[in-house]
Write a protein that binds this ligand. Structure first.
Ligand code: BG6
Ligand code: MG
Length: 217
């Protein structure tokens, strides 16, 4: 078979996008301002450092290098405490059915995430061993919307980028997939993810027939 599939993690396989938002919001609140859901769309798919830079810009707050590092650590500690009880039950509805279809049909799939916590989360939800390749925030130097993370994943899958299909919940991630010349499938709101080739509100709306057509085309 000549197709490969690449999944983003946060907001695609698990609902961790929610917890990233809660942790960033707490950080902003503690610094004396708030961030909205609309602003949060701009944080999805964005690395930890770039997210904090954006947030500080919104709040017009400047920090020393040490304070910046400290806030990043606090945010991550809070985030990890929010997801500490996560298990395989937290895999979003409809995701396992798609992974099972791919496995049964020997279509390799990879993870393409900006998160440095990705491997730990995959272990928690018992999916680590299912992926043919895992590319995460520890493996990339250029954040989404740069296509680097997906291009490395394609290389590890030994697939041409144009034969890869990407599932993403973020604007930056959809742009990265498009820049990599891959098929982009948005998971979320069509009005937000309007640059994606296809958009579904969640995995329960995706028919296996649709996946079959994509991977056998
Ligand atoms: C992305 C999330 O997957 O990873 C972002 O969409 C997050 O919200 C980024 O900031 C970095 O994650 P982490 O776990 O390394 O802080
Ligand atoms: Mg995401």
């Amino acid at each position: 078979n000549s197709k490969g599939v690449i999944f983003d993690l946060d907001g695609v396989i698990v609902d961790t996008a929610r917890y990233h938002y809660l942790a960033w919001r707490k950080l902003a609140n503690d610094l004396g301002f708030d961030i909205t859901e609309t602003q949060n769309e701009e944080l999805k798919g964005v690395s930890r450092v770039a997210s904090l830079e954006k947030i500080l810009g919104w709040g017009n707050v400047s920090l020393s290098q040490d304070e910046f590092m400290e806030q990043m650590a606090i945010k991550n500690d809070n985030y990890l405490s929010y997801i500490s009880t996560m298990t395989a039950k937290d895999i979003l509805p409809g995701v396992s059915k798609v992974l099972d279809f791919l496995t049964e049909n020997e279509i390799p799939f990879a993870l393409g995430s900006a998160s440095k916590n990705a491997r730990g989360i995959l272990e928690k939800i018992n999916l680590y061993h299912r992926f043919s390749a895992i590319v995460d925030g520890n493996n990339v130097s250029k954040a989404k919307p740069n296509p680097e993370v997906f291009l490395i994943a394609a290389k590890e899958l030994e697939m041409a980028p144009s034969n890869c299909i990407v599932f993403e919940d973020s604007v930056a991630g959809v742009q990265a997939a498009n820049a990599a010349n891959m098929v982009s499938i948005g998971i979320g709101e069509k009005s937000v993810l309007n640059e994606a080739d296809h958009v579904f509100s969640d995995f329960t709306k995706i028919e296996i027939e649709f996946i079959k057509n994509l991977v056998t085309r």
